[in-house]
Design a protein. Structure first.
Length: 397
């Protein structure tokens, strides 16, 4: 096969879009900086969207294996709801939700070869180390050598969980050293004292779709349970869980007045009456934000499933859930047809969705495009692009 050197040099160059996503994610994690009156964490999702639009325009009509058709019903429903909505910030919230799809689609049409995959692995490994350093700095651990008393950095913990999916899949596929990277990131929610984060991050290893051996999966589950019980009974966690400062696992109930919910139980109760009035199609894009802001100092319900039911109704929520399941199945099917790092990325991308859905029960992960969604779909996009490139190599050989 004759290789065009000019074309080959273009292929070897690492795509700037992927760099933009990873840098933007780190910028979001660092946060705390104001630009034109806006927090940098709040606008970090815009840069990947901008560069993705450029890539898509420059490669209009190019074939991709990214399953856009799976997402079209959900995208159409969101856009229709947006057109019918008169709620403030509806346009921004809708675009934030859809940005990861645009990013994943754009990444999937890039030229990604084996060298790129090696570079991508190096970069997300470095990103994990940098991320851990930033979390230590923001929680004050590096300066005080003490763990924070109150829970912090819920959004940042989600980023760490996503990176854990990569290392869990790598470990399951035979890279023993990856378990140390996984453990390094899995300890973050314990440091930050985020309850849901502790559970979901630990499950990133146990529930990975990658072919982890049964004894490893069971062993990891038992170790995690033992460690979880130790953390639960620590003074920090007891004060976080119960107003009285002590309690048992059976006391963890919203009906227990001693159980701390960080205001979630009150906020969630606000949605019951509204959802009963419009159960099927909801009140329209971003209606939930106005409801929460009317009765609290917050803007979101810290439960994306409730938010979807209120904004988009049962129809929209069901479409979204089915879409995720279909995307997972599509990625897993291609994982079985792939090899090496491409296979790893498909498994990691698919494994991230169950964790994503768990986070939806207690937070606003759907709107955290800059912390989770953009990087999540970049992982999938790289997998699809690499799969496409490998097929083209076979045809040309």
């Amino acid at each position: 096969m004759i290789v065009d050197r000019r074309k080959y040099s273009e292929v070897i160059e690492f795509p700037i879009l992927i760099r933009v996503v990873m840098i933007s994610t780190l910028i979001a994690v660092i946060g705390g900086v104001q630009i034109l009156g806006f927090n940098i964490s709040g606008i970090a999702w815009v840069l990947p969207l901008f560069f993705s639009a450029i890539v898509l325009l420059a490669n209009f009509g190019k074939q991709t294996y990214f399953p856009v058709y799976i997402w079209l019903p959900w995208v159409g429903y969101v856009l229709l709801s947006l057109l019918l909505s008169q709620e403030p910030n509806a346009l921004q919230r809708s675009f934030m939700m859809l940005t990861p799809l645009v990013v994943g689609f754009a990444v999937s049409i890039l030229l990604i070869n084996k060298d790129h995959l090696v570079k991508f692995e190096e970069q997300y490994t470095f990103m994990g180390v940098a991320f851990l350093f930033v979390v230590f700095l923001k929680t004050g651990v590096l300066l005080t050598l003490q763990l924070p008393v109150y829970g912090t950095l819920a959004a940042e913990v989600m980023t760490g969980t996503l990176l854990c999916c990569l290392f869990a899949a790598s470990y399951a596929l035979g890279n023993v050293k990856a378990i140390f990277n996984w453990a390094m990131l899995a300890i973050i929610p314990v440091i930050a004292l985020t309850r849901t984060g502790m559970v979901v991050t630990s499950l990133s290893l146990v529930l990975t779709f990658a072919p982890l051996k049964r004894w490893q999966r069971i062993g990891a589950f038992l170790i995690i349970i033992a460690f979880g019980l130790a953390v639960f009974n620590s003074d920090r966690m007891q004060k976080k869980m119960f107003f009285s400062g002590s309690g048992t696992i059976t006391d963890m109930s919203f009906s227990n007045p001693d159980f701390t919910t960080s205001g979630r139980s009150y906020i969630w109760s606000l949605f019951e009456e509204g959802m009963a009035k419009r159960p099927w199609f909801g009140f329209g894009a971003n209606a939930s934000e106005m409801l929460v802001a009317t009765y609290t100092k917050l803007r979101h319900p810290h439960n994306d499933w409730l938010r979807f039911l209120y904004d988009y109704g049962r129809v929209g929520t069901i479409i979204f859930a089915i879409t995720i399941l279909l995307q997972m199945r599509h990625a897993l099917n291609l994982a079985k047809q792939s090899y090496g790092r491409t296979r790893l990325l498909f498994y990691a991308g698919a494994s991230s969705f169950p964790l994503f859905m768990l986070f939806m029960f207690t937070d606003n992960i759907v709107l955290y495009a800059s912390f989770f969604g953009n990087l999540q779909f970049t992982i999938l996009g790289v997998a699809y692009a690499s799969y496409s490139y490998s097929l083209s190599e076979k045809r040309d050989s």
